[in-house]
Design a protein around this ligand. Structure first.
Ligand code: PEP
Length: 253
């Protein structure tokens, strides 16, 4: 049975003290999760050790980095390697968020390299994909997202793909308060799963968690997560509010 995941993306927000308080509050309120559910906290690099320490050995709770280098080690000032993340027992890495694609020119090819280095180090990628408003208005979102999958993911073996979580995040819905309707989300998630099935077979495609991201809130999470191919959410703004994110975790199927 595939995992249902609520992943918080704190982005470049909060001081250490604020992050500690937020995490304490959510961990205190969320209760224990069933075996098919997970809460993941993608926190800024300087807070990874704190988050690991607070989440400890709690079942079904993991910590993620928001990015990593495509290089193994060496003279790359300011970069953070997979080995460094492993030494902190981080479980996941968010890759290809639209903000990284847009502001740091991350291409599908660079992301393919990052996927390879993460998987070689047993770090699970949360691979983000999704189209801009212009592409949605031209109704070419399937071709666009299909290409993102082909160019970054489809060189992976079936065994490697099994470790990947996909997050569909339409750019026009990120941080805008404009959520894709549950029908729009389901339609794209079904398309992504169908492409995975074509490439890797239906059995494997059925095992991959596909999260929706884009203005997920406590008030819309249950409807989005109720769609058959939506396996939870990657949440920005609402993950910074303890009651909101706790309710989103509780809305997982
Ligand atoms: C995100 O950061 O991935 C995101 C979806 O942000 P928000 O929930 O604020 O739209």
């Amino acid at each position: 049975m595939r995992q249902q995941i609520a992943a918080a993306n704190w982005k470049m927000n909060l001081t250490l003290e604020q992050g500690e308080k937020l995490l304490d509050e959510i961990l205190g309120k969320m209760g224990n999760l069933a075996a098919n559910r997970q809460a993941v906290f993608a926190v800024p690099f300087p807070y990874l050790a704190m988050a690991r320490q607070k989440t400890g050995v709690r079942a079904q709770v993991s910590v993620a980095a928001q990015n990593c280098s495509n290089k193994k080690s060496g003279a790359y000032t300011g970069e953070v390697s997979v080995d460094m993340l492993n030494s902190l027992q981080v479980s996941y890495v968010v890759l290809g968020h639209s903000e990284r694609r847009e502001y740091f020119q991350e291409s599908n090819q660079l992301l393919a390299e990052k996927l390879d280095i993460c998987l070689a180090g047993n770090l699970k990628p949360i691979f983000c994909c999704g189209e801009s408003l212009l592409i949605r208005e031209a109704n070419t979102q399937n071709e666009f997202v299909g290409r993102q999958l082909e160019e970054s993911l489809f060189h992976l073996t079936a065994e490697q793909l099994q470790q990947v979580v996909i997050a569909y995040e339409p750019i026009w819905a990120i941080g805008t308060g404009k959520t894709a309707s549950s029908e729009q989300a389901q339609e794209m998630h079904a398309f992504i799963r169908a492409r995975l099935a074509q490439q890797y077979g239906a059995g494997l495609a059925n095992e991959i968690s596909i999260l929706y991201g884009g203005s997920v809130k406590a008030s819309n999470a249950a409807e989005l997560f109720g769609q058959p191919d939506v396996d939870g959410g990657l949440v920005g703004g609402a993950s910074l509010i303890a009651d909101e994110f706790t309710a989103i975790i509780k809305a997982l199927r």
